[in-house]
Write a protein that binds this ligand. Structure first.
Ligand code: NAP
Ligand code: F7E
Length: 390
C-alpha cells in the first residue's frame, strides 16, 4: 500500500553522511506536508500503514524497536545525530538503497537539543506513534556532565512534547523513563506507585522528563505514557555499561588480548532483563485504549559480582584472577538495589519476560566471543569492504 505522502530522499553525498547503502534521509518537500491538525481531531486519512518516529533509533532499544515495528509493517522514521564518523552500526542492516521501491525505514538528521528541527520533522513525518528513547543515558557520565544530561535527557522531552502541541499532529507518545528514578528506593520491589528518590543527575533528568509526560497527558489530553524500565541488556548494549563491559572483556581475556578487567562497585544489585523483550512491552504500551504508565522488569535481582562470576564461568575462566576494583568507576551516590514488580504490565499488557538472568549472560558472552572471533578471522573487515564496494 502506498504511504499517504512520499518522501524525497536526500541525494547521497558525503555531506549527508551517507555511504553506500547507509544514511537514508527522507526529507519531504513542501507539497508533501501533512495538513495541520489539532490533537483532538479525528483525521479521515485513507487506510495506510502505521508510521512511527523513534528518537534514539541508533541505540540499543531503538534498533530492536525499529526491527519490531518493521516486522509489524510500520513505516519507521528515526533521527540520528550529525557526526563526522558513521554512527548507525546498530541499524545498518535495516537501511536499503533509496533507489529501491517500498522503502520502509528512514533516517533523518536531528538532535534533541534542537527544537526547530524536531518540530519540522514531526510536521513532515506526521507519525501515528512517537517513541522517545534518545538520551544521554549513562549514569556515571551524568555526574561528569550534569548540565548536558539535563539539556538532552530532561529538556529533550519538553522539546518533543512542545513540538507535538505546536504541530498539532494526532499522535501517541512514549517516554523512556527509568528505574533510576527510584534511586535509593523507599520500598522493594518497586511498583508504579513507589515514590521516587533519584540519586544521580541522570535520575533527576529522567524524573523531570517523566513528570512532563504525565503533565502533557493530564493538562493537554495528549496520549502520552511513561515506561519505567529496569536495566535491560543485549549484545547491542553500549560498551561502557557494566554488562557489556564484562562480556567484551571475557571474550578478549579468553583470546589472550587482555589480562585484567577493572570495575567499580561490585555490590550494586540490578534487575536485569533482555532488551528485545522489553521493546515488545514498549510497543504494547502505545496500543492500549487509554494512556497509562507501566513498569517493565523481571522481578529477579543480581549483583554485579554475580554477573561477573557467571560471565567468566561461561567460558571456564576464574574471574578472581582477572577482575580488579578501580575506585575511579565508583559513583558519588550509588543505588544499592533495584527490583521491579511488573504485575501491572502482566495483567494489562499481557507482557512477561522469559529470558532469565543466566540465559541473558550466556547470550551476551556467546555474542561477544563470536564477534571477536569474526574480527580476528577478518570476516568483519571483509563484510565491510564488500559493503563499501556496493
Ligand atoms: P542508548 O543505547 O544509550 O541509546 C541512546 C540513544 O540516544 C542513541 O541513539 C543516541 O544517539 C541518542 N542520543 C543521545 N543524545 C542525543 C541527542 N542529543 N539527540 C538525539 N539523539 C541522542 O540507550 P538505550 O539503552 O537504548 O536506552 C533507550 C532509552 O531508555 C534511553 O532514554 C535510556 O535512558 C532509557 N532507559 C534505558 C534502560 C536500559 O537498561 N537500557 C533502562 C531504563 C531506561 P548516538 O547513537 O548518536 O549516541
Ligand atoms: O551500572 C556498577 C554500577 O552503568 C550498573 C542505564 O541503561 O540502567 C542503566 O544504568 C551497576 C551500577 O547501568 C562498573 O555502579 C561497577 O551499580 O551498567 P550500568 P545503570 O547505572 O544501572 C538504568 C535503568 C538506566 O536507565 C540507564 O540508562 O554496575 N558498576 N563497575 C559499573 N558500571 C559501569 N558502567 N562500569 C563499571 O566499570
Amino acid at each position: 500500500m502506498l504511504p499517504m505522502f512520499t518522501f524525497t530522499p536526500l541525494k547521497m553525498t558525503e555531506e549527508t553522511g551517507a555511504h553506500g547503502r547507509i544514511g537514508i534521509c527522507g526529507a519531504a518537500s513542501n507539497s508533501d506536508r501533512a495538513p495541520q491538525r489539532s490533537n483532538k481531531m479525528t483525521v479521515a486519512f485513507p487506510a495506510r500503514r502505521k508510521r512511527a518516529f523513534i528518537t534514539g533509533i541508533t541505540g540499543q532499544d531503538g534498533s530492536y524497536l525499529a526491527e519490531l515495528l518493521l516486522s509489524k509493517n510500520y513505516e519507521v522514521h528515526g533521527i540520528k545525530r550529525r557526526s563526522s564518523s558513521f554512527n548507525t552500526e546498530r541499524v545498518d542492516h535495516l537501511i536499503s538503497d533509496w533507489h529501491e521501491r517500498d522503502v520502509s525505514f528512514f533516517l533523518h538528521f536531528g538532535d534533541l537539543s534542537d527544537a526547530s528541527s524536531l518540530s519540522k520533522l514531526l510536521y513532515r513525518v506526521a507519525p501515528d506513534e512517537i517513541y522517545h528513547l534518545g538520551a544521554q543515558s549513562h549514569v556515571r557520565v551524568s555526574f561528569d556532565i550534569p548540565e548536558y544530561t539535563g539539556d538532552i535527557t530532561a529538556l529533550g522531552t519538553t522539546r518533543l512534547l512542545d513540538a507535538i502541541r505546536e504541530t498539532g499532529i494526532p499522535t501517541r507518545f512514549y517516554n523512556a523513563a527509568s528505574s533510576e528514578m527510584f534511586g535509593q528506593a523507599y520500598e522493594c520491589p518497586q511498583t508504579e506507585l513507589t515514590p521516587f528518590r533519584p540519586r544521580s543527575p541522570y535520575g533527576c533528568a529522567k524524573l523531570y522528563s517523566y513528570w512532563m509526560t504525565v503533565n502533557a497527558r493530564e493538562g493537554y489530553g495528549l496520549y502520552a505514557v511513561n515506561g519505567i524500565l529496569f536495566n535491560h541488556e543485549s549484545p547491542r548494549r553500549g560498551e561502557i555499561f557494566v554488562s557489556r563491559k564484562i562480556t567484551r572483556a571475557v571474550a578478549r581475556i579468553l583470546h589472550g588480548l587482555q589480562e585484567k578487567l577493572y570495575l567499580g562497585n561490585l555490590d550494586g544489585e540490578r534487575d536485569w532483563g533482555y532488551a528485545p523483550e522489553f521493546v515488545e512491552g514498549i510497543w504494547r504500551m502505545l496500543q492500549q485504549d487509554e494512556p497509562e504508565d507501566f513498569l517493565l522488569a523481571t522481578g529477579e535481582t543480581h549483583s554485579v559480582r554475580e554477573f561477573v562470576e557467571r560471565a567468566f564461568s561461561e567460558v571456564g575462566l576464574d574471574w578472581r584472577r582477572h577482575v580488579e576494583v578501580d575506585p575511579q568507576y565508583y559513583r558519588p551516590t550509588e543505588i544499592d538495589r533495584l527490583e521491579g514488580d511488573y504485575s501491572k504490565a502482566r495483567k494489562k499488557l499481557g507482557w512477561t519476560p522469559s529470558t532469565r538472568f543466566r540465559d541473558l549472560v550466556k547470550i551476551m558472552v556467546e555474542a561477544d566471543v563470536q564477534l571477536l572471533e569474526d574480527k580476528l578471522s577478518g570476516q568483519i573487515e571483509r563484510r565491510m569492504a564488500m559493503r563499501g564496494s556496493e
